[in-house]
Write a protein that binds this ligand. Structure first.
Ligand code: UTP
Length: 219
């Protein structure tokens, strides 16, 4: 299978043992699959973007700083993997080149204006992935933010159109921490990319690939 994994920055963390474990699991997945991983910026991105904003940087420039942080995290993950190419592609055309000689390609962000969820969804579209896994800090897609609404229900399955509707509703709230960004949801919808949204724990990646339903399946 051709698999794209979006590994959220908050999920990835900066604990060496955790990163080692992600690396081990991803190497196992790359043994039998063509693997593409997009890593988020997490704490590093937030810290640097915060400081740049205070210094008066534009939002676009802050995005470039965020992208640099995602690439630093990508390099950390590469350090923990045996199967990954050392090169961090800066766009999808470079991914294509890199994947010719490597079973696993790890990258960060690409262009300002969105998060690595959208980068990963675009990559899944570009490489015609069989499966897109969004490993995030919540265990699936809910009808509303479960931290704020106790009656929110978790979906085991949903259509891409339903995903777009829920994400669009959530994005309207200030400071909203939506499960996947709206652009990513739209890409999933337009190309009907089979997507799993799962809690980003290393063993969950293996379980999801073995077909266990542990989060939300979008198809
Ligand atoms: P993330 O994807 O990590 O965003 O990219 P996030 O919302 O902080 O997600 P989590 O919490 O890590 O899961 C960090 C920042 O890098 C910039 C954006 O500013 C984003 O907020 N970025 C990232 C881009 O501009 N383009 C990209 O393709 C990726």
């Amino acid at each position: 299978m051709k698999i794209v994994v979006s590994l959220g920055g908050s999920v990835f963390g900066n604990d060496v043992e955790r990163i080692r474990e992600f690396g081990r699991v991803l190497d196992t997945i790359a043994e039998k699959n063509q693997l593409f991983v997009v890593v988020g910026g997490g704490k590093l991105a937030r810290e640097y973007i915060g400081k740049a904003r205070e210094l008066g940087a534009s939002e676009t420039f802050c995005d470039y700083i965020g992208i640099a942080a995602t690439r630093m995290n990508a390099m950390l993950l590469i350090s923990a993997m045996k199967s990954a190419a050392k090169k961090v592609p800066v766009d999808f055309l470079e991914v294509e080149e890199t994947s010719k000689y490597s079973k696993a390609v790890v990258m960060g962000g690409t262009f300002p204006g969105h998060t690595t969820d959208a980068t990963a969804a675009l990559l899944a579209e570009f490489v015609e992935a069989d499966l897109f896994i969004n490993a995030t800090n919540i265990d699936g897609v809910y009808s509303d933010d479960p931290k704020k609404n106790k009656n929110a229900i978790k979906y085991d399955r949903m259509s891409p159109a339903q995903l777009v509707e829920i994400v669009a509703k959530g994005s309207m709230r200030a400071g909203a921490n939506v499960v996947i960004d709206l652009l990513a949801a739209k890409i999933i919808e337009r190309s009907r990319i089979k997507t799993y949204v799962i809690l980003g724990e290393p063993e969950n990646l293996l379980r999801a690939i073995e077909g266990e339903i542990i989060g939300t399946v979008i198809e």
